[in-house]
Ligand binder design. Structure first.
Ligand code: CA
Length: 223
C-alpha cells in the first residue's frame, strides 16, 4: 500500500518520496490540500504525511474533513512546533506529529510503528499468532478456545498486543494498566504478567509472552 504526502515544499516532498521509495514504500506526493483530499477519497492509502501550512487549505481543515470518512493514520509535519499546535493536531485525530526540521530516521521509525499498529488492529480485533482479542466483546481466544481473563488481565494483554515486538517495561505497564507511576515495588506486575502468561501460554508449544531480562517483557511470535 502507498503512503500519501501532502506537502507544498517541493524539496521536502521529493526528498520524502525518494527516501520512502528507498526504504521500500510506495509514496505519492501532492502539493495542494484539496488535491490531496480528492486522492484520499478516490484511493486506498496506508498512511498520510500531512503538512500544516499549505497554499489552499490548511492541514487542520484537511484532517477534520478526512476524519469524516477515513481512519487512515496521519503524521503531521510542520514548522509550527509549539505545544498548542501539537495538542490541536492530536485532538483533531492526528496519530503523530513531527516538527520541521525533522530527521528522516525518526520519521521512518514513526511510520513503521504506526503501520505496524494498523496492521494488528482491524475491526476492533487484535491478533498475534493464533491468539485473537475482540475489543468490543472483551473476549480472548487462543486457537479458537475462549480464555477467561480478569478485567486487568484483559487491559494488560491489550496493552501488550498494541506494542507487540517491542520491549515493554514494568514502569510502562504500571502507568498504562494500573495508572500508577513508580520506580520501586513492581513485584505485583511480575505476578500479574506471570498469571496472564500461564493463562495464554500454558499448554501451547508456541509461547507468546517473553521476559526480557533486566528490561521487562515482550509479546511476540518467536519462531
Ligand atoms: Ca508548507
Amino acid at each position: 500500500m502507498c503512503i500519501l504526502i501532502i506537502e507544498d515544499e517541493m524539496k521536502i516532498a521529493s526528498y520524502l518520496v525518494k527516501g520512502l521509495n528507498e526504504s521500500g514504500y510506495d509514496a505519492e506526493c501532492v502539493h495542494l490540500g484539496l488535491e490531496g483530499l480528492e486522492k484520499l477519497k478516490m484511493n486506498q492509502y496506508s498512511l498520510l504525511i500531512l503538512d500544516v501550512m499549505l497554499p489552499d487549505i490548511d492541514g487542520w481543515s484537511i484532517l477534520k474533513i478526512l476524519r469524516q470518512f477515513s481512519k487512515i493514520p496521519v503524521i503531521f509535519l510542520t514548522a509550527k512546533d509549539q505545544i498548542l499546535d501539537r495538542v490541536k493536531g492530536l485532538e483533531l485525530g492526528a496519530d503523530d506529529y513531527l516538527a520541521k526540521p525533522f530527521s528522516y530516521v525518526e520519521l521512518l521509525a514513526r511510520i513503521k510503528s504506526l503501520l505496524r499498529r494498523q496492521q494488528y488492529f482491524q475491526e476492533n480485533e487484535l491478533f498475534i499468532g493464533n491468539l485473537k482479542m475482540d475489543l468490543t466483546q472483551h473476549k480472548v481466544w487462543r486457537n479458537n478456545l475462549l480464555i477467561e481473563l480478569s478485567k486487568k488481565e484483559f487491559s494488560l494483554l491489550r496493552f501488550m498486543l498494541l506494542h507487540q515486538n517491542e520491549i515493554i517495561t514494568r514502569r510502562q505497564i504500571g502507568s498504562e494498566v494500573w495508572n500508577i507511576n513508580f520506580d520501586t515495588d513492581t513485584n505485583f506486575i511480575d505476578v500479574a504478567v506471570r498469571r496472564l502468561r500461564s493463562k495464554i501460554d500454558e499448554g501451547h508449544d508456541l509461547k507468546l509472552i517473553h521476559t526480557v531480562r533486566g528490561l521487562g517483557y515482550k509479546i511476540m511470535v518467536n519462531l
